[in-house]
Design a protein around this ligand. Structure first.
Ligand SMILES: [Ca+2]
Ligand SMILES: [Ca+2]
Ligand SMILES: [Ca+2]
Ligand SMILES: [Ca+2]
Length: 282
């Protein structure tokens, strides 16, 4: 970890507005971590963990985002050590919500920020301004996105695009441009307490959704309403462990990972078991 501890703010739609696409209730910027469990919001004191393929070698690796400085620290191997890449994308006390993905389909995951309903995406892991900017979703009264932003390749064309989870309502879009959702469905419970995750759990080329509830991974292989196709336990409950799935062995299947203040614990199968790749990057 670089610099001082920070508070990362994420906000969900008000639980009572589960079916509403627009109406929200603001949440306080001082929301406590346990508020995540009540569906209100979360806060981390250690920066935000991200994973992605920063160098295009097919393996997802670890990264951090710090909103007090808008700085990203990315590592290109899942081994203990320092950052291979460090750059600023964002501003001091950045209000944006970090997202990562392959926005242009060149095989390299890069960074992005979601400020309210505005998505600001960069196509290289370097300091600079957004290469792509568009509106998807709404801006809450606190300036934050309404719901939790996610990104994935929903249509299997090699490009990651935006999604939002609002309580148990998921809204996915297939283009990095302004517009509405291409797919909308429910997954999870009303007043869902799980932590949203996205990945290609079965290696078919499509990213799909999932929830992690207190260390229980509930993954679905299609982006529509239904139950979990995969269910297993891995890691401790948030906030002790932050879920960070990815493809650690380059077999095109995403599997679970968790991280805490400095430790990263990755597993290569979507089954209950211990961490197979363990290292420190802080
Ligand atoms: Ca890319
Ligand atoms: Ca796509
Ligand atoms: Ca899939
Ligand atoms: Ca894999």
């Amino acid at each position: 970890m670089k610099g001082k501890a920070l508070n990362m703010r994420r906000f969900a739609v008000a639980a009572t507005a589960a079916a509403a696409l627009v109406a929200v209730t603001g949440t306080a910027a001082t929301a406590a971590p346990e508020d995540r469990d009540s569906g209100i919001g979360i806060q981390s004191t250690t920066g935000v963990h991200v994973t992605g393929d920063w160098n295009g070698d097919g393996i997802d690796t670890a990264g951090w985002y710090f909103d007090d400085t808008g700085t990203w620290y990315l590592r290109n191997s899942n081994t203990s050590g320092g950052a291979d890449l460090a750059f600023t994308f964002g501003s001091t006390d950045e209000v944006g919500y970090p997202v990562v993905g392959d926005w242009d389909g060149n095989g390299i995951d890069t960074v992005g920020l979601v400020r309210g309903g505005t998505w600001l995406l960069r196509n290289s892991n370097t300091a600079g301004s957004a290469d792509v900017a568009f509106v998807y979703g709404d801006t809450g009264p606190d300036g934050q996105p309404v719901g939790y932003p996610v990104a994935g390749d929903w249509d299997g064309n090699g490009t990651d695009t935006p999604g939002l989870r609002r309580d148990n309502l998921w809204l996915l879009r297939n283009a990095n441009s302004s517009g509405g959702a291409n797919g909308t469905f429910t997954y999870g419970d009303q007043y869902e307490t799980g932590f949203e995750v996205v990945g290609d759990w079965n290696g078919d080329g499509y990213d799909t959704i999932g929830l992690v509830r207190a260390g229980n991974w509930l993954l679905r292989n299609t982006n529509n309403t239904g139950g979990a196709d995969l269910s297993f336990s891995y890691g401790a409950a948030w906030p002790d462990h932050w879920p960070v799935p990815g493809d650690w062995d380059n077999n095109n299947t995403d599997t679970p990972g968790v991280a805490d203040a400095g430790g990263w614990f990755f597993r290569n199968s979507n089954t209950t078991g211990s961490g197979e790749i363990v290292f420190n990057f802080a």
